[in-house]
Design a protein around this ligand. Sequence first.
Ligand SMILES: [Zn+2]
Ligand SMILES: [Zn+2]
Length: 358
Amino acid sequence: MTSLADVMQGAVLPGDSTAELKEFSVPEPGHGEVLIRIKASTICGSDIRCIYHEHLGKGPEGYQGVIAGHEPCGQIEKIGPGCRRFKEDDRVIVYHISGCGVCYDCRRGYMISCTSEKYRRAYGWQRDGGMAPFMIAEEKDLIALPDELSYMDGAQVACGFGTVYEGLEKIGISGNDAVLVTGLGPVGLASAMLCRCLGAKQIIGIDVIEERMELAKELGLCDHVLKAGPGNVAEVKTLTGGHGVERAVDCSAHHTARATAVQATRKWGKIVLIGEGGTMNLNPSPDMIHDQKTLYGSWVTSTWKMEELVERLVRWNIHPADLVTHRFALEDVGGAYALMASGKCGKVAVCFDEELTA
Ligand SMILES: [Zn+2]
Ligand SMILES: [Zn+2]
């Protein structure tokens, strides 16, 4: 192993729509921890919504001024004492919330829902994340990255694709289904991509941003892309023999689009809400009760389901990295966040080494 430098640059988000590079010492892995050489670190909608513009979360749930980036993927540089599974040079994805490991939710694999106030810390929010050349992660938070997938594929799994897979598994997608995806940002595009692999034969997407609508068409992810508007429910019904879709996935967090997702779903259909924030108006009897519909909420995923997803991605021979439209070096991290905040892009990544030149 080559000797490491003592210091490195890392990006922090002051909360005024800028990203700032600061100097940090290269950390040493403690017991049960590993030092990861970051290869790809993608930017999430939640980074923009809750940290970049302003710091929305408060107290222990809020951003703590740490190195940003909760979608990291890289290679293990150094192993701390007491690790049980992974070794140096292993390629790994970091499940982005480190839980206590022993509460009910952690034991189910859903560290996102960890109930320990002291030990629940998300990478890039309450502990240092992936917007730096190196980061420390706990071994229990790691998912092995199969050789068939790139680091950029892995970064996409760390949050977005994992979250989407969980939501789709909750409503169940098969070849029986026409699916509506409202909101074609990276999470919506990922939904369309996975729905296709799960067998959906007709996928309809809705958005307002031209770049995103184009991307959904170019990549062949959606069969129909509609411009968001008051006629959407009628348009979806027309495309589905007058009945509506069997399944709908809201990735927009917009109240009108959520109403469309519910109303454009046919009798006995299922809807899942993945997009965070915003509000929703429902007329329970006509929208839900009389048509026997089921509405799910879904938040992130579990470590075991993330492991299952990477196995499926290899089997399906798809690459989540296809949704990455822009790659930036760490020095240009400010441009990366600004572009993601504009929405005029697919997924935006900060990357290193082979992923920067890919
Ligand atoms: Zn995320
Ligand atoms: Zn826990």
